[in-house]
Write a protein that binds this ligand. Structure first.
Ligand code: HEM
Length: 404
């Protein structure tokens, strides 16, 4: 990982042009799948400086607080009866990204289902991407048609969103959302760079593809591990109670005073890395890697999952032990190659902060406000799904009682 994402990061900063993402992201005009070069540099810097900067993320504090409040209310109203927590978390992460990116929510099954189908397609192996003479296999298997359908439906949706933003009579808007910012770049040719409409749509699509399922998945695994480890749950609850001091909720400003919470999330990201195989990279020059000659054009995959469970890096790597992070200054931001849930180097994830604040806030408040109890054995079934993000096969079913 270090050889690829640090020593030779420039050589491996390119992405191979894969067929399915290309259909979904307007010919890979998004950030995650676009080729390394001037275009990628421009849009990544827009994302880092204007869409996902610390200041911008801070400005959406009220969105996180509202959406979290809505979820907590739903849990409260369940009044101890059977509750599908997974459904609530996916709705929460979708709504947060919707409000931040699009200015309002698009609730309901239709949008969730469309996103789900897009994510499944991104995780599919397309033979034609690797062996062009076998492109017909993807046609025959129905993969191409499915990708065309999803791309068309998403395009109709995003066209609607953009038209709504261009409408001068738009009423009831919150602060400027990410579509507003991108349209401003488009209108004013900011940075001397012309952003076309397809590019705007591809970037928005990226925020959903990269930001919703990853965040949902890490929260779902964190809660599952806590339910399986009552002692850890108890420790975290203790920390939350000390910080909350009887207030109605734990605010974002207090999260930095919760080292155990941070350790629980790190340990979850180690054991259940949402993207186990990082998005492939492609070398642009001949290079010597770990003693092998790698010719230009070679695709490499970094297996973050195996690295995070390597016994030479971690003691008892299969065990869920947040304590291991309390005295070990290992971070997940791409500087410690034993733990790279967000990748590293030039192509590293620009959404780390966005994701982590949601994870910390929701987990802290859930544990602070509720006693969660398993219903049935479902949560102990820790089997995983396939796809670009790995989530739990069976949902988390609990009953929740309030502690206040
Ligand atoms: C727990 C949540 C998340 C995880 C685990 C995650 C993980 C990753 C990983 C592994 C990569 C590829 C890195 C590489 O190839 O080296 C990536 C890229 C990316 N992520 Fe995230 N991510 C998360 C949340 C987010 C969020 C919330 C957003 C935005 C709203 C986001 C936006 C992106 C983008 C745009 C890229 C492409 C960067 C590039 O190619 O230059 N991610 N992420």
């Amino acid at each position: 990982a270090k050889e690829i994402m640090k020593t030779h990061d420039l050589v491996f900063a390119n992405r191979p042009q894969l067929n399915i993402p290309s259909k979904i992201f307007y010919g890979n005009k998004d950030i995650a799948f676009s080729q390394y070069g001037e275009y990628w540099r421009q849009i990544k810097s827009i994302a880092v400086l204007h869409l996902l900067s610390n200041k911008k993320i801070h400005s959406f504090q009220h969105v996180r607080s509202d959406e979290m409040g809505l979820m907590m209310d739903k849990i409260l109203r369940s009044n101890g009866s059977v509750l599908n927590l997974s459904e609530l978390i996916i709705a929460l992460t979708n709504n947060m990204v919707c409000r931040v990116a699009l200015g309002r929510t698009y609730e309901g099954r239709k949008f969730e289902n469309l996103l789900q189908r897009a994510m499944e397609l991104l995780g599919c192996f397309s033979v034609g991407s690797y062996i062009p003479s076998l492109k017909w296999v993807d046609q025959l298997s129905g993969l191409v048609r499915k990708a065309d359908d999803v791309a068309k439906e998403f395009d109709e949706f995003l066209e609607g969103v953009i038209e709504e933003h261009l409408d001068e009579k738009r009423v009831g808007v919150e602060d400027r959302d990410l579509v507003d910012i991108l349209l401003e770049f488009q209108r004013d040719n900011l940075k001397g760079f012309h952003l076309e409409r397809d590019m705007v749509k591809a970037i928005i699509m990226d925020l959903f593809a990269a930001g919703t399922h990853t965040t949902f998945t890490s929260l779902e695994w964190a809660i599952s591990e806590l339910l399986r480890h009552p002692q850890t749950m108890q420790e975290l609850r203790q920390e939350a109670l000390e910080i909350g001091q009887g207030k109605s909720s734990i605010p974002e400003d207090d999260l930095d005073k919760m080292p155990y919470l941070k350790a629980v999330i790190k340990e979850t990201l180690r054991l259940h890395i949402p993207i186990p195989l990082l998005i492939p990279r492609e070398s642009t020059q001949d290079v010597k890697l770990l003693g092998y000659d790698i010719p230009s054009g070679t695709q490499v995959l970094v297996n973050a999952y195996m690295i995070a469970r390597d016994p030479s890096n971690w003691e008892e790597p299969e065990e869920f032990k947040p304590e291991r992070f309390l005295n070990r200054p290992i971070d997940y931001k791409g500087f410690h190659f034993e733990l790279i849930p967000f990748g590293a180097g030039r192509r590293g994830c620009p959404g780390v902060q966005f994701a982590m604040i949601v994870n910390e806030l929701v987990l802290a408040n859930l544990v602070y406000k509720f006693d969660l109890e398993l219903v049935g054995e479902e949560v102990f079934d820790m089997s995983e799904t396939n796809g670009i993000t790995i989530h739990k096969k069976s949902p988390i079913i609990v009953s929740a009682t309030t502690r206040f």
